[in-house]
Design a protein around this ligand. Structure first.
Ligand SMILES: Nc1ncnc2c1ncn2[C@@H]1O[C@H](COP(=O)(O)OP(=O)(O)O)[C@@H](O)[C@H]1O
Ligand SMILES: [Mg+2]
Length: 393
């Protein structure tokens, strides 16, 4: 019966692509839990692309969890998006071996999980900007009636023009009643909303929770709850309040701190109701800071014109005065890059396979492993391990 279904299915009529003939595979850039990703040259167009080939068995297992619901495929979903902070997917299809593949713009840059670990100047300077860019991407996504279900730093990249891009749509489901029913616990444990962990009814608010965890981590380098080794442990401590971000960053703008903490509320009804609502105060603070920078620049220019030789006494550097993260703990302020990495970063070279700069190949010191350790409260940019099919996709 299954054989007959497959025989007459849309998939069976889809032309297969021999990816080894169609693409020059330049190098592996990453391995998620569900796929392999290459930097490749599309021999039809000559352009450099990211080629993502999904693991066949794991994808089938994931699809089987939504049996009867006709869950749209990652490629079908991804090609629809046109947004400056969502990776552009050009094409998708099936390989000669029947694996799903996606052809995307290649993002030259870094995984956000790398920047979270590094807490370098880029992260310190642009943290709020990146938070807003990510929020904008989620808002676009939610307006199109999807739920992402896997917002976390590993699924986000920042390119060399300092633009954030959401990259992974493997767990996306439509925001429609059949997909909101209690049951499937897919995602990355450290970022999963309590209602998802407890297998209760879900909504787009699970993405708001994951977004808040991501923002918290971007600002502090740590998660709002103590690391827990098992899903059971996560279940237990999710009922206790998260560590207030204001305790870690006493100088944080109160509006930013309160906004993030409200996104972490245990009960969805106490959280921000929409991502747009959550973004409003963040954008207000960002705007105020931008105005302050512009004002200071004008003042500095004026004082330089009147007293060209001497710096105005008692004036702080502009970046110090307005840096939203200037009250981070010292450990979080320090750049973790080696001098060699800093040099290469200054040259703005794209990450290449095997480069110690790519998030996938360079585990950060003291970090545990990645997405597939779904039970860990701490996800890191290291190479992932095989997944736990029950708790993940
Ligand atoms: N468009 C892209 N450009 C550059 N690198 C990418 C791109 N898409 C994915 N990657 C790399 O591949 C890794 C895995 O991709 P992802 O889509 O998250 O796969 P999975 O669904 O298996 O988790 C990412 O963390 C990133 O390092
Ligand atoms: Mg991923």
């Amino acid at each position: 019966m299954n054989f007959l279904k497959r025989f007459f299915s849309k998939e069976s009529r889809q032309p297969r692509v021999n990816i080894k003939q169609r693409f020059e595979l330049i190098g592996r850039v990453g391995q998620g839990s569900m796929s392999k990703v290459w930097r490749a040259r599309d021999l039809n167009t000559g352009r450099i692309v990211a080629l993502k080939v999904l693991h066949k068995q794991k994808t089938e297992e994931l699809e089987a969890r939504f049996v009867g619901l006709n869950k749209p495929k990652e490629g079908d979903i991804a090609v629809q998006f046109e947004h400056p902070h969502i990776v552009k997917t050009f094409e998708h299809g099936l390989t000669s071996d029947g694996e799903q593949f996606l052809v995307m713009e290649f993002i030259e840059g870094y995984s956000l999980s790398f920047l979270v670990e590094a807490q370098n100047e880029d992260m310190r300077t642009n943290c709020l900007k990146y938070m807003i860019q990510l929020g904008d991407a989620i808002q676009y996504f939610h307006n199109q009636n999807w739920i992402h279900r896997d917002i976390c730093p590993r699924n986000i990249m920042v390119d060399n023009e300092q633009q954030l891009k959401l990259i992974d749509f493997g767990l996306v489901v439509p925001n429609t009643p059949p997909f909101l029913q209690p049951g499937n616990r897919t995602g990355t444990a450290a970022y999963m909303a309590p209602e998802l962990i407890k297998r209760q009814k879900t909504s787009q608010k699970i993405d708001i929770f994951s977004y808040a965890v991501t923002c918290y981590e971007m600002m502090t380098k740590r998660l709002p709850w103590k690391a827990a080794e098992t899903m059971e442990a996560v279940l237990q401590h999710i009922n206790s309040p998260p560590k207030p971000i204001q305790e870690l960053l006493p100088g944080i703008d109160p509006k930013v701190g309160d906004t993030i903490m409200k996104g972490l509320e245990l009960y969805p009804q106490d959280r921000w109701q929409t991502i747009e609502e959550m973004l409003t105060p963040l954008k207000e603070v960002y705007q105020t800071q931008k105005t302050a920078v512009a004002q200071q620049q004008t003042e500095t220019a004026d004082s330089t014109t009147s007293r060209p030789a001497a710096a105005a006494p008692g004036k702080k550097r502009i970046s110090e005065k307005v840096d939203p993260n200037s009250n981070r703990p010292r450990s979080a302020q320090k750049s973790d890059l080696t001098p060699e990495q800093r040099l290469r970063r200054r040259k703005r070279k794209p990450p290449v396979e095997g480069s110690s700069e790519t998030s996938e190949t360079q585990p950060q010191p003291g970090s545990s492993s990645g997405k597939e350790q779904h039970t860990s409260r701490k996800s890191t940019p290291s190479r992932p391990k095989p997944g736990n099919p029950d708790e993940s996709r």
